[in-house]
Ligand binder design. Structure first.
Ligand SMILES: [Zn+2]
Length: 91
């Protein structure tokens, strides 16, 4: 039997994968790392339309506001998604 998460061999009678579980200390770290990764991806995704907006419409007052809000929203969304995903993957 192989673990679906790490792909390492697990004894057939094992309830938990000994390679994945056991070290509880790394759990929070993994979740935080997932969150940081998600936030970075979110920020990157948000900066693209923001840069395009500034490029096409110039740094007008309204455009500046949108160009600031879009990456902020995608950053937060990415952070939450990353945290949730990392937590789910670990459980
Ligand atoms: Zn495993």
């Amino acid at each position: 039997m192989k673990c679906a998460k790490c792909g390492l061999d697990v004894p057939a009678d094992a309830i938990y994968c000994p390679h994945c579980t056991g070290d509880r200390k790394t759990t929070d770290r993994q979740v935080i790392q997932g969150g940081i990764r998600g936030a970075a991806i979110g920020l990157f995704i948000g900066l693209l339309p923001a840069a395009l907006l500034l490029f096409y419409f110039g740094a007008e007052r309204g455009i500046k506001g949108i160009a600031f809000i879009v990456p902020a929203v995608t950053f937060t969304t990415g952070l939450i998604f990353g945290l949730v995903r990392a937590k789910k993957a670990w459980k």
